[in-house]
Design a protein around this ligand. Sequence first.
Ligand SMILES: [Zn+2]
Length: 407
Amino acid sequence: MAGLRLAAPWLLPVDAPPIADGAVLIDERGRIAAIGPDAAVPVPPDALIQRFEDAVLLPGLVNSHTHLELTGFAGMAEEADFWEWIKHIIALKATRTDEDFFHAASRGIRECWAAGVTTICDMGNTGSVIAAMHELGANGIAHHEAFDMHTEETPVVMKRFSRQLDRLARHATGRVQVGVSPHAPYTVSGPLYRAVSDLARSHGVPIGVHVAEPADESALLRDFTGIFAEALRARGVERVSDEAISPIAWLDRHGVLTPRTLCAHAIHTDVADTAIMVRRGVAVAHCPRSNRRHHHVDAPVARYVDHGLRIGIGTDSEVSVSPLDLIAEAREARKLTGWSAAETVRALTLGGAEALGLETSCGSLAVGKWADMTAIRIPAATSPADAVLASGTADVAATWSGGRRVH
Ligand SMILES: [Zn+2]
């Protein structure tokens, strides 16, 4: 393939000021070779040349929290109670085959591309998302989930988990990474947290967790009360923590929080928890609409911004909020943080890439980075960042992943 040259009335490089009437030259490997005002970017004779007359070109969006194996489950679990909702999803998943999950994950990836998203950070336990990412040439991180609350079973659970991880590792090629996800404090025992985190360190893979999400998770660790404590007691599980501790401190005690750890939700945290998060250098996946749908409260994301934590925006699964619309999530995040339009677009792109540790290869339009890009149709004579934030999925005109047109 010869190179590709894209031009539009507006370019948002994100790590540099907007460029009016700009162009990007992409080399045959799919990397950005030149960017600037149209007149300053070379026009190689053999390059494919495309101009978008009514669009802004920007880096592909980064969705820092998805569950794409649940694509197609939208509207199937509507419980207000979080634990009942999770149990319903587990029951729904039990009716699906491996092939069903692979097709769901593939559809989910294509829907991400159609919405301008080029990098995903996914969590799941079927292994279908990493297989689909590999097959379709998508990029990002697929975290494989571990669960178990019975401490005496940890060695057996870890043996199985480690085998699953080895099997999934064959899909972790090119721009696809495998990670581990000890699921949540109400499904993972302390020893299992420790064992999975040790495994992540020894394999050099990232960690993704759900933490401080439902209020009853805090109650579980504080005094063994609430819906999770009741459910666990019924299954013969004794008190989880021998002293009152917050979810963040609980994970920290078991070595889970590192600079390669992404904390999804992180709603119920205080200043002391935030200090731990800063000290460990974790990143946050902020999912404002899912938080409201399930928990009716917002995460203290303004505090996280003030403390300089890396923050990505995430949709969570379509069983929580459907359809997945990362820009709609960013509009909500903006209200909570007071970000400018430019800062909000940054959170959607480079901020997300930083949260995932991928900022050297994607997240902004810069020479040498992958040409992960999207073209969003905007009205003439508007500020491009404001117009991006006002847009909807139907306004996405085209998406490229590593210079390859995927939508
Ligand atoms: Zn989630």
